[in-house]
Ligand binder design. Structure first.
Ligand code: MLT
Length: 407
């Protein structure tokens, strides 16, 4: 009989957000009179910016006419979008990223899951704890770790993010090859200063390592001192790949559009010591396994960079940050220490109790869904994450219910 990939047997039975959805759906089915408010998974609730909707309609009309119809597009994305990204997200911030170093895709989740394929099986991993589970789970599936021992996979260097270090991991003392960093952070909402990112870039350069920098939440940064891109740091073009998304910037969680930047200067070695540009490998992988993001979706994404698009997406992220402020204030009143929420849409709350217990308490007593910190790793124990993605009315009601439940 054909055999399974037994690396899958090392994983927890289900993906974190699938597990939570199952618990919440079971509760909702058993309690139809008690409407649940979801501040768990980071899924946007507000409609798309009008500029994106207009572009989507116009592009759909183009698809309806023979003269403007589009079949397969370039796997890496249309030039109009790659050029707009390079100009607005990079050149405008003083970063040098060429349009052909940008690979448009249908999501940063898939990109962050797939990128590990271009590295050797024995690449030494450095992964934060707590962490967005995709980074870790996909490396487990690929066989890059040992077994799960007390909630940690053997063979992974975990980068502890704790109240003591402000949830920004310290530089390890030993070498690593593949370093996952995410700022503004999911799940903690913590941001990294220029000095902290510089230390990581220097570490990667010293160790000839690669940083996978997930900046899916950069549109939430309001502090002008905080870098939006790893390429704002000198030397990062030689050691960093950056992942970005339109999901949280412009409400594209349902439309699906993201991109990955692989500078042509990031090199890695083969077993014989020969050097290879990761750009070429990722291009080979992308063109083999992906046929491009839908044309109307790319048009909608490009509309984000028009003056109206910029105003509208700023209003959208301001709106969610307004929710985040309310959540932070409410937690303060309840005497619960928290971080995040000022430059990120997530608030990370130190509950002082078991995080799954706290999750169940909020679900059963307040009908509010949060995400248990332990689901993001051992250091997440004692914490929960509350997402600012919901309507103002739901956030206000949820906070009233949480206050009553904890009184
Ligand atoms: C989350 O809740 O952590 C996000 O929804 C993750 C994602 O964007 O996939």
């Amino acid at each position: 009989m054909i055999r399974i990939n037994e690396n899958f047997s090392k994983l927890k039975a289900s993906y974190l957000f699938v597990d939570i959805a199952r618990r919440v759906n079971a509760y909702a089915a058993a309690n139809p009179g008690k409407p649940v408010i979801r501040l768990g998974i980071g899924d946007v609730t507000e409609p798309l910016p009008p500029a994106c909707i207009e572009a989507l309609h116009a592009a759909t009309d183009e698809m309806a006419r023979r003269e403007t119809f589009k079949g397969y597009g370039p796997e890496q994305g249309y030039a109009f979008l790659r050029e707009a990204i390079a100009a607005n997200d990079y050149a405008a911030r003083g970063c040098s990223v060429a349009p052909d170093e940008i690979f448009v895709s249908d999501g940063a989740k898939c990109d962050s899951a797939n990128i590990q394929e271009i590295f050797s099986q024995d690449a030494r991993l450095a992964i934060p704890d707590p962490v967005y589970p995709v980074y870790l789970d996909t490396n487990v599936m690929a066989g890059r770790t040992g077994a799960d021992k007390d909630g940690r996979y053997e063979g992974v260097r975990y980068l502890d993010c704790t109240p003591a270090n402000g949830y920004v991991p310290e530089i390890p003392s030993g070498p690593s090859d593949l370093i996952y960093l995410c700022f503004p952070n999911n799940p903690t909402g913590a941001v990294a200063t220029r000095a902290q990112l510089t230390a990581w870039v220097d570490y990667a350069r010293r160790n000839k390592a690669v940083i996978l920098f997930d900046s899916a939440y950069e549109a939430y940064i309001r502090d002008p001192q905080i870098p939006h891109s790893i390429y704002e740091i000198e030397g990062a073009r030689d050691v960093a790949i950056e992942l970005r998304s339109f999901s949280k910037t412009a409400g594209f969680t349902g439309l699906r559009c993201a991109y990955t930047v692989v500078p042509k200067s990031v090199m890695a070695a083969d077993a014989a010591g020969g050097e290879h540009a990761l750009h070429a490998l990722w291009n080979r992988r992308h063109t083999t396994k992906f046929n491009g993001t839908a044309y109307p979706i790319q048009k909608a994404a490009a509309a984000v960079y028009t003056p109206e698009g910029q105003r509208q997406t700023r209003a959208l992220t301001d709106f969610y940050l307004g929710n985040a402020r309310l959540i932070r204030e409410a937690m303060k009143k309840l005497g619960l220490p928290c971080v995040g929420g000022d430059n990120a849409p997530y608030i990370w709350i130190n509950t002082g109790r078991d995080s799954w217990e706290f999750f169940e308490l909020l679900l059963h007593k307040a009908q509010v869904v949060c995400t248990p910190g332990a689901g993001f790793g051992r250091c997440g124990q004692g914490h929960v994450r509350i997402s600012a993605f919901n309507s103002r009315e739901n956030v206000v009601t949820a906070l009233e219910r949480v206050a009553a439940a904890l009184a």
